[in-house]
Design a protein around this ligand. Structure first.
Ligand code: SF4
Ligand code: SF4
Ligand code: SF4
Length: 435
């Protein structure tokens, strides 16, 4: 891959690189680069702002601290870890990027990420939209009443808040209660049919953590601690993350990174349970609705949930769930996939950072990957991937749709109501409607 020249006038000592080495186990292997270029060739951020991961690493090694530490590219790398995964020497470039973000004065970091981090610190909800407890309670209860009253068969649907001793503590990305509340209902129905004992909490229910993207360690820790403590206070056994990649990762990694006490609770992704409940026959999904239609589906492996945390076993569960809902023959995988997949460009705070043009350029690799499958739908268990791939489809005129897994599962169970189909195309608006 072509690489722009690095100009140096004299050899300098890298204070930045040395500082990062001190905080990383094995010193991040930062001195072991073979300059093979594997990192750059599979990085969607290569070429943006005339930078790529290999060049960034080499500039750090050459002591060009001033040039890289305030370089805007650090906000265009999504820290997806594709480079680390591909690197034969396991060089941790994403961590180098994270540390470079930290060197920006807090107030000079992208406003959108900063604002979302600060919003989440305004109250105990951890909601990046600043949604207070009473609003969350109101939306959940109001919606629940509406479903019970208007959807036959769901008179006993539950959406508990602060249920002491529930098996699962469920986090909820605040995009739903704030902007599209009806998107919460398919998940409630799935949990009901699976017989899950679950609860929201009035504190720490927001699944997001933009302080992680801001490289604000103190507040990444604070949010992860608040939400985990809420689950422990309710004596829940499992901390269940809804379909949100970075929320899953921020709690999972935050717990380890900051040594947050949580031995009595296990952090688990919801896709694992979707698969488990289908295998156990608790969720009786059927792909019959797609037998003759033969609508093709593909997926996106959220880096935060797959490559960076739960790995290929979760990617396999993801495929099992989708195939169970649409028919094995109607699923076409992207290539590369699973832990080797490309990031879509919605991660790392990119969606909030204001670098829209660069974000769409970054996403072209993902767009081409999806187009090659000829799929009409991308089923994805991540809010950021969802938003980004949805935008990519419109921007590059791909005309494919992006849906949450809960939508697909509820459709295949025949329980997806008319007003819960916002992300489905016209071809699926009337399919498998409940009686
Ligand atoms: S893949 Fe690893 S070894 Fe190869 S150029 Fe990139 S950082 Fe260096
Ligand atoms: S973390 Fe992802 S975006 Fe960043 S340099 Fe590595 S591959 Fe590129
Ligand atoms: S938006 Fe999705 S693909 Fe991109 S970094 Fe986040 S999880 Fe990965």
């Amino acid at each position: 891959m072509a690489e722009a020249a690095i100009r140096i006038s004299k050899e300098k000592k890298s204070i930045f690189m040395d500082t990062v080495k001190e905080i990383l186990p094995d010193k991040g292997n930062l001195n072991l680069c073979l300059t093979c270029g594997l990192c750059s060739s599979g990085c969607p951020a290569t070429g943006l702002e005339n930078m790529d991961p290999r060049k960034f690493l080499r500039m750090a090694a050459l002591g060009l601290d001033d040039e890289i530490t305030m370089h805007p590219w650090v906000w265009l790398c999504t820290m997806c870890e594709r480079c680390l995964y591909a690197c034969p020497m396991k060089i941790n470039i994403p961590r180098l990027v994270y540390e470079a973000r930290k060197l920006w004065p807090r107030e000079k970091r992208p406003k959108g990420i900063l604002g979302s981090c600060d919003m989440a610190l305004r109250n105990m909800s951890c909601s990046a939209m600043g949604t207070p407890e009473e609003d969350f309670r109101f939306v959940v209860n109001d919606l629940l009443e509406e479903v019970r009253a208007n959807q036959p068969g769901w008179e006993n649907l539950q959406a508990p808040i602060d249920k002491q001793g529930a098996h699962f503590f469920l986090s909820q990305n605040s995009r739903e209660p704030v902007t599209e509340p009806e998107e919460m209902v398919p998940l409630w129905k799935i949990l009901h049919l699976a017989g899950a004992d679950w609860t929201y909490s009035c504190t720490g229910w927001g699944g997001e953590n933009y302080c992680m993207f801001l490289a604000d360690d103190e507040n990444w820790k604070k949010i992860a601690e608040t939400t985990l403590q809420a689950a422990r206070d309710l004596e829940c056994r499992y901390y269940l993350n809804t379909e949100c990649g970075h929320a899953t990762y921020s709690v999972w990694m935050g717990q380890k990174r900051y040594g947050i006490k949580a031995d009595d609770i296990e952090i688990v992704p919801i896709v694992r349970y979707y698969a488990k409940w289908i295998r156990e026959g608790k969720l009786k999904v059927s792909s019959d609705w797609n037998k003759d239609r033969k609508i093709i589906f593909t997926t996106q492996d959220p880096c935060q949930q797959i490559r960076k945390s739960f790995g290929d076993p979760l990617a396999d569960d993801l495929r099992f769930v989708i195939k169970s809902c649409v028919g094995e023959e109607n699923f076409v995988d992207v290539y590369p996939n699973k832990s080797n997949n490309y990031c879509c460009g919605g991660g790392g705070g990119f969606l909030q950072s204001g670098y829209t043009e660069q974000r769409l350029k970054y996403g072209k690799m993902k767009f081409d990957q999806v187009m090659a499958t000829r799929a009409k739908y991308v089923a994805v268990p991540c809010h950021n991937c969802h938003a980004q791939i949805h935008e990519l489809s419109g921007h590059f005129e791909g005309e494919f749709h992006v849906i949450h897994l809960w939508t697909l599962i509820a459709l295949s169970l025949g329980v997806l109501a008319e007003n819960e189909r916002a992300y489905l195309g016209p071809d699926l608006q009337e399919v498998n409607l409940p009686n």
